[in-house]
Ligand binder design. Structure first.
Ligand code: ZN
Length: 155
């Protein structure tokens, strides 16, 4: 299964950065983020979704720095249990009169943090995804076959 880059990009154009497509890093890897979740995928991994080659597009350069700590993490854990939800069926949102509304009842607990269900669901599609606790960063590190990432807990 190719890694679906559009799971991790911001479909909306605009804002401070161009995040509506993934982009290639100088080392050949592919980065994508929507501001709440970020991934870096190895160059030789199969992906689907657009990869922008616009070198002038503004991207968050710190994406490499914030992922520096992954190599020092010694303990990774399998994904936690995802709660069943009768309200949204596990999607994490409901559609009410055409408006998408956060369910909020089935968010996923990662150690001492809680991740919104729609965000947590993106991890399920990554091959062999594992996560780690960290005392230093406020983002939750994860890794998978072919890449690494960070996801923001609920505040
Ligand atoms: Zn729900």
């Amino acid at each position: 299964m190719p890694i679906l880059l559009t799971d991790f990009t911001d479909a909306e154009k605009g804002g401070r950065f161009s995040l509506h497509t993934a982009w290639r890093l100088p080392d050949g890897r592919i980065a994508a983020t929507d501001g709440h979740i970020a991934v870096i995928v190895e160059a030789d991994v199969s992906t689907s979704g657009t990869i922008s080659i616009d070198e002038n597009a503004k991207r968050p350069r710190e994406i490499l720095n914030i992922m520096e700590g992954h190599g020092r993490i010694r303990e990774w854990q399998p994904l936690p249990e995802y709660p069943q939800c009768e309200d949204c069926g596990g999607a994490g949102y409901t559609i009410d009169e055409g408006e998408s509304k956060d369910c909020g009842k089935c968010d996923v607990t990662f150690g001492s943090d809680v991740v919104k269900r729609p965000l947590a669901n993106k991890l399920v599609n990554l091959p062999d995804c594992e996560w780690a606790t960290t005392s230093k960063d406020d983002m939750i590190p994860f890794r998978f076959t072919g890449g690494i990432g960070l996801v923001a807990p609920r505040r």
